[in-house]
Design a binder for this molecule. Structure first.
Ligand code: CP3
Length: 355
């Protein structure tokens, strides 16, 4: 009798990142890096040089697809993250936004009810349609073992930029508004919960397989405000996503949450928790003992350094996370001065643990 061979198209291709987050088994330790597409790559700077500004890059599907794929051509990564920015949501709500060269984002500040009244979810998804088109194209273009990550900023972190009009060291304008004008601030948070849910569900419909919620400034709040402004809105956002897309894993990144990390993960209902570089490895292990996948947490500056310090950081991390549901990542985004070779060194060192 003729021996049958399995046709190529029915062979299942393993997606380590998605499998780790869903059924708990995985072919190898998945790795991806926050800001894996960006200025540290010369090929990114070349595409960026052809665009009018950073927003133009985010809203041009051809170019956004290209820069999303660039790090995957260089490195053996397990995931691609949509190229976009957390500030596209306020922009699509109608808030003025520009990225001044070498200065970071500048938004029209929200200081009073009249400023908030100008913003609306009407037309939100029309303005964000080019980003959704980027997701559609990526879901077709990506190799089958690569997981496609969609993302948005958490309501609190996005609100800090909307109120201050720019990045700040201490998020003082938003923290102050949350105390002095609580009703106004809550309306802003509510608007962001609604808009962000629509945006993320559209990313999922277009092919995003995992969602990450970036709460970069979660660590700047006292205990009560952390519950009210970080946990509660994220919990509502997660519930809106789970109602329509119950199977899509969500990773939260409450940077600086410290001892509140487990509390955040359990209260919000996320499947994965991304840790900053300050988090202790036993804390990560403890959170993973509660059935939550953990991600992180190499210091972006040890990646700049490279050498023995980088090897040692990888070895310590891998030893502490051995046998656990762990996604290798940095504790925050890659910084522009990172030598691209050091990223290759990091990945090779991680892969050595699975040999
Ligand atoms: O990770 C990726 O590769 C995907 C793309 C991505 C960008 N921003 C591209 C970007 C993601 C996931 C983000 C998230 C983001 N954006 C966050 C949360 C994560 C974090 O880093 O804390 C925040 C706070 C922002 C807001 C933002 N965007 C700031 C403050 C700045 C200016 C500072 C800087 O790094 O330039 C940006 C610009 C930005 N977003 C760039 C990139 C590649 C650089 C812009 C350029 O090319 O000129």
């Amino acid at each position: 009798m003729k021996k049958e061979s399995t046709p190529v198209h029915t062979q299942s291709v393993r997606k380590p990142m998605l499998e780790l987050l869903t059924n708990g088994t995985w072919a190898r330790s998945p790795i991806w890096l926050m800001r894996q597409a960006g200025r540290y790559l010369p090929e990114y700077r070349a595409v960026r040089a052809q665009t009018r500004d950073f927003l133009d890059l985010c809203y041009s599907p051809d170019k956004a697809v290209e820069v999303t794929l660039q790090p995957l051509r260089r490195y053996d990564l397990d995931a691609a993250i949509l190229f976009a920015d957390i500030l596209l949501v306020p922009h699509a709500l109608g808030q003025g936004l520009r990225f001044a060269e070498g200065e970071g984002p500048r938004l029209d500040k929200i200081t009073q009810a009249a400023d908030l009244a100008k913003l609306s979810v009407e037309g939100l998804m029309d303005r964000l349609e080019p980003v959704i088109e980027t997701v559609r194209r990526l879901s077709v273009a990506l190799p089958p073992h690569i997981t496609l990550i969609g993302f948005a900023g958490a309501p609190w972190t996005v609100a800090t930029y909307m109120v201050a009009g720019q990045g700040t060291d201490d998020q003082a304008p938003a923290r102050l508004m949350a105390y002095a004008q609580p009703d106004l601030f809550q309306k802003l948070i509510d608007l962001l919960v609604e808009a962000t849910a629509s945006y993320l569900l559209a990313q999922v419909a277009a092919g995003a397989e995992v969602i990450q919620i970036f709460d970069t400034w979660a660590g700047s709040l006292p205990e009560k405000e952390f519950t009210r402004l970080v946990i509660e809105p994220t919990k509502r956002l997660v519930a809106l996503l789970k109602a329509k897309a119950p199977d899509v894993p969500i990773i939260g990144f409450p940077r600086g949450a410290g001892t509140r990390a487990l509390d955040y993960a359990q209260a919000t209902g996320i499947q994965g928790l991304s840790f900053d570089a300050q988090a202790q490895l036993p804390t990560m292990a403890q959170v993973s003992d509660h059935g939550i996948a953990v991600q992180g947490n190499i210091d972006p500056l040890v990646l700049v350094s490279g050498g023995i310090a980088l090897d040692q950081a990888v070895d310590d991390l891998m030893a502490a996370m051995r046998g656990r549901r762990h996604i290798v990542n940095l504790g925050h985004g890659i910084v522009p001065q990172t030598p691209p070779d050091h990223v290759a060194q990091l990945i090779a060192r991680v892969r050595a643990f699975q040999a």
